[in-house]
Design a protein around this ligand. Structure first.
Ligand code: FNR
Length: 350
């Protein structure tokens, strides 16, 4: 219906210009230090960032996580950022395809295969929306955009801050189980900025989930986005909870520990630099995910604005690889990692 598209454009405006990253929130990546190697014995040109995702080879272990679609403006964001992903060999996700399931004429704004024929591409739908659509409905959304996989997003915190949001979260694991049976390794389960912790991740793994994006606290807060649109009680409680969540560094390290090596782990939520991407890889992630920084750069400077922002991130990641003596991403995970302060407290409890 019309309200889904309107809400999406209001969200884009808030994310482009509003305070959607509460300053007091932290990924706790400042508690993570990598160790300098004075003798890298590497040629910068030989650093190989490539990795596997959704059956495809990425040239870079980065995912532009799902944000948008459904309006003309959203379509331009998808086209520009998918173009960037194709150029640099990153993975790319479209935003929630709910708008598309409600009005098929909105499908064009989710189509990126013309500009991104080879990228590892993720569709996107909310868990409870997926239940309403059924497995076949979800499959149609994925196939309609030629996606390699489907991201299933969890957003209880956001829903509770929306007047029209879901309130009944029962039966979630059974829903995930049904979707895993249908989609197998093409399914990814993600949060949207409040984080997936080790207990939930372990249950997902037992159900057969093979891709998890922790999407932790420290970046875009969807509770904050909704709080900015809310009034009365929801605005007040939203303010109270806009720092709620598991910091990205804590979620990444604890989930890797919980699920072992078979799960492809994406770490996102507040990753803003190449060095931070290197830190989550060292903590156990296979891929670092980013949404807001590339969206903002695209809104301010179009495709070439986003290109410039990505160049800085890629240079930082490559430099971190070189200065830790890491030739391939897996080397980074074998390096010592210093974990200090509050992160240590989180990891002691999780
Ligand atoms: C999002 N995010 C998101 N996630 C999702 O699964 N479906 C969606 O439709 C959206 N929409 C959306 C729009 C915009 C403008 C932003 C910035 C983000 C959440 C996103 O994928 C990611 O999980 C979080 O934003 C955390 O990453 P960053 O933004 O801190 O890098």
């Amino acid at each position: 219906d019309e309200t889904t598209a309107k809400r999406k454009d209001a969200h884009l405006d808030l994310c482009a210009t509003g305070e959607v990253e509460p300053r007091q929130n932290s990924t706790l990546l400042e508690c993570v230090k990598l160790v300098h190697c004075a003798m890298p014995e590497l040629d910068a040109a030989d650093v190989d960032l490539s990795t596997e995702f959704l059956g495809k080879r990425l040239r870079c272990p980065l995912l532009i996580t799902g944000m948008t679609g459904g309006t003309e403006r959203a379509g331009k964001v998808n086209k520009d950022l998918a173009t960037l992903a194709e150029r640099h060999g990153l993975a790319f996700g479209v935003g929630s395809q709910r708008a598309m399931s409600e009005a098929p004429e909105r499908a064009a704004s989710f189509q990126v295969r013309d500009v991104a024929p080879t990228v590892a591409l993720l569709g996107n739908i909310g868990l409870y929306q997926a239940a309403r659509l059924g497995v076949d409905g979800v499959r149609r959304l994925m196939d309609a955009i030629g996606a390699d996989g489907m991201a299933l997003h969890l957003n209880a915190g956001q829903e509770l801050t929306q007047p029209e949001g879901d309130r009944d979260f029962r039966g979630g694991y059974a829903l995930v189980e049904g979707l895993v049976k249908a989609f197998g390794a093409r399914l990814l389960v993600k949060e949207t900025g409040c984080g997936i912790g080790p207990d939930v991740a372990r249950r997902f793994k037992e159900l057969g989930v093979r891709n998890i994006d922790v999407s932790g606290l420290g970046g875009t807060s969807w509770v904050r986005v909704e709080q900015l649109r809310a009034t009365g009680l929801l605005a007040q409680v939203g303010a109270e909870f806009s720092g709620w969540g598991i910091p990205t560094a804590a979620a990444t390290a604890s989930v890797r520990q919980a699920v072992g090596p078979e799960v492809r782990l994406v770490a996102s939520g507040g990753i803003r630099t190449g060095l931070e991407a290197a830190k989550v890889l060292a903590l156990g992630a296979d891929i670092a995910g980013m949404a807001l920084p590339l969206f903002k750069a695209q809104q301010e400077g179009g495709l070439e604005g986003a290109e410039k922002a990505l160049q800085v991130i890629l240079a930082g990641l490559r430099q971190a690889m070189l200065l830790t003596g890491s030739k391939v991403c897996a080397d980074l995970r074998r390096r010592p990692v210093i974990k200090t302060g509050e992160l240590k407290d989180w990891l002691a409890a999780l």
